[in-house]
Design a protein around this ligand. Structure first.
Ligand code: ATP
Ligand code: ZN
Length: 284
């Protein structure tokens, strides 16, 4: 049985539960009500915790793995392995100045008092850039520190910037781009590692599927070479003859971020009846 910790409630909860569900895992209890749940069809126990506690639980081996923001991992620096980046919970850690304070590069921070809940990440950044500044640790509502006179600037999580604006601040530099990550205890037993590998295999198959589209099209045979060059596919496209002589059907898989470009080029190269379908699972 593998034990995994996810956030009990908050910004990572829905996506973390969704990730497990998409991996075919059925929870036996309602995850909104309980602190632990066992999967009905997979050797997995899910423990619901505050996100800040997850790195330590994984480090101590109380749980084997966990889903948490990379920002939390980089701040707490537990002895854990980051085994997968999960693509949700995206945010950035930024430096923000009051709107009338000029910013002329990182050196503008020199001698300032900076409020943050991410002391270690900030201190590393200051050191790397050879800036001397005073770091004030605050656990929440960091944005109000400058207006209260406690700090000259802040270092905090930003998603839209509207909270900053409401507090008379503006973003001047991004220090870290973060997303949710799967962390694991590096010393877990081999039988647990095997379950984790199975879970990661399923997650990977889902992620691959989301990142690709299945394309089917018809083409005159004399255009096939040009069209095949546009469709690299997983190995190479499948080509099947159509009932109509001189025509073939091509099937392939294309990366999500380029499929619109490819579609336009296929049309120009003489493809007809182009169909694009989502993939449910994809194993490379
Ligand atoms: P908990 O009660 O578990 O301690 P929390 O209030 O500390 O929750 P949330 O606000 O739910 O935490 O954020 C959890 C994680 O979501 C953050 O650590 C970060 O990785 C990510 N995240 C994504 N977007 C944002 C955002 N706009 N603000 C804060 N965190 C964000
Ligand atoms: Zn928290």
């Amino acid at each position: 049985m593998l034990r995994i910790a996810i956030q009990k409630s908050g910004r990572l909860f829905e996506d973390s539960v969704g990730l497990l569900k998409d991996a075919g895992i059925r929870l036996s209890n309602n995850p909104h009500r309980v602190l632990r749940a066992e999967a009905a069809n997979f050797p997995l126990e899910i423990i619901f915790l505050r996100d800040d506690d997850i790195p330590e639980y994984v480090e101590e081996g109380v749980v084997d793995a966990g889903i948490v923001g990379e920002n939390v991992v980089l701040e707490k620096r537990p002895t854990v392995s980051i085994v997968e980046r999960l693509g949700f919970g995206k945010c950035r850690l930024c430096i923000a100045f009051p709107k009338n304070t000029p910013f002329e590069g990182y050196q503008s921070l020199q001698g300032m008092r900076v409020a943050t809940s991410y002391v270690r990440i900030l201190e590393d950044f200051l050191k790397t850039n050879q800036i001397t500044a005073t770091v004030h640790e605050i656990s929440g509502a960091v944005e109000i520190a400058p207006s209260l006179g406690l700090a000259d600037a802040i270092f905090d999580i930003v998603s839209t910037g509207s909270t900053l604006l409401a507090n008379g601040l503006r973003e001047v530099a991004t220090v870290l781009e973060s997303e949710a990550v799967l962390i694991a205890n590096p010393g877990m037993l081999p039988e647990k590692q095997e379950i984790l590998n199975r879970l990661m295999f399923r997650m990977q198959a889902n992620r691959n599927a989301k990142q690709h589209r299945y394309i089917l099209l018809n083409a005159p045979n004399d255009q096939l070479d040009a069209i095949i060059r546009l469709l690299p596919g997983m190995k190479s496209p499948t080509v099947l003859p159509l009932a109509e002589p001189g025509w073939s059907s091509l099937h392939s898989v294309v990366r999500e971020e380029i499929f619109w470009d490819v579609l336009e080029q296929l049309k120009m190269a003489g493809a007809q009846g182009i169909l694009v379908a989502p993939l449910e699972r994809m194993i490379l």
